[in-house]
Design a protein around this ligand. Structure first.
Ligand SMILES: Cc1cc2nc3c(=O)[nH]c(=O)nc-3n(C[C@H](O)[C@H](O)[C@H](O)COP(=O)(O)O)c2cc1C
Length: 221
């Protein structure tokens, strides 16, 4: 669990407000936005990597985004939290925390388990705090009839608590297993591709805007 900061928010005074000119330009540098794609499922025999590869191909097509993958099957965070984790837990955190900290934006890829999201995701969320703050986060979901949308709607208030800006548009795959062929290609990709473009455009807009704003004024100050 990362240490929490306890700074108290102050009101926006005219003297400390950034000028409109501060928001002009390229959003805090011409560097592409860093997006961390979080693969939430860690179940043996999981379907998640099929959807993840589809998503990663869409993100990698864009020149405004670079991508880091955080695959929760490759880390093993315990559910018991600690401010002084033992070395073994610190080693697991070292696999994920730097990527979360470096990200300008997140995409959470979540299946639906029992009308909600998997415990692996809650564990990753709760082990961190400041890493989530004042950054945009989009969802790609999959599952049975509901396409994972109940998992997404459960995650939104969790991220609101962490001051994370969740993106309105989602990409969801209903009865996901039937939508992809044996090579992992979407059988009828046009609607999903259009949904991904809308979602990524919104994510990039928010990431750009928040990076520019944070460059002139720390969040909450
Ligand atoms: C424990 C468990 C609970 C599930 N509950 C739901 C559910 O409530 N609604 C749904 O649409 N699909 C449900 N499913 C189906 C999964 O969403 C679907 O199998 C998905 O592919 C799981 O992702 P994964 O294979 O990457 O773990 C459930 C699957 C599991 C393993």
């Amino acid at each position: 669990m990362t240490e929490t900061s306890t700074s108290s928010p102050s009101s926006l005074s005219p003297l400390s407000a950034p000028s409109a000119a501060a928001f002009e330009g390229d959003g805090g540098g011409a560097a592409p936005l860093r997006v961390a794609v979080i693969v939430g499922s860690n179940r043996e025999g999981r379907f998640g990597p099929i959807v993840a590869e589809w998503l990663l191909a869409r993100v990698r097509e864009r020149s405004d985004l670079t991508v880091d993958v955080i695959d929760l099957a490759a880390s093993d965070l315990p559910t018991s939290l600690s401010f002084n984790p033992p070395a073994a837990v610190a080693a697991e955190l070292a696999k994920v925390t730097p990527k979360l900290a470096a990200a300008d934006a997140f995409i959470v890829l979540t299946p639906e388990y029992n009308h909600s999201y998997p415990a692996s995701l809650k564990s990753l969320i709760d082990w961190h705090k400041d890493e989530w703050e004042a950054k945009p986060l989009a969802f790609v979901s999959y599952g049975g009839l509901s396409g994972g949308l109940r998992a997404v709607e459960h995650l939104r208030p969790v991220f609101a608590e962490l001051h994370t800006m969740t993106i309105r548009d989602t990409v969801s795959f209903h009865n996901a297993g039937a939508l992809f062929d044996d090579q992992g290609n979407h059988r009828d990709p046009s609607a999903a591709d259009a949904a991904a473009k809308a979602m990524l455009d919104q994510l990039a807009w928010w990431a750009w805007a928040l990076r520019a704003a944070k460059a002139v004024r720390p969040y909450g100050s």
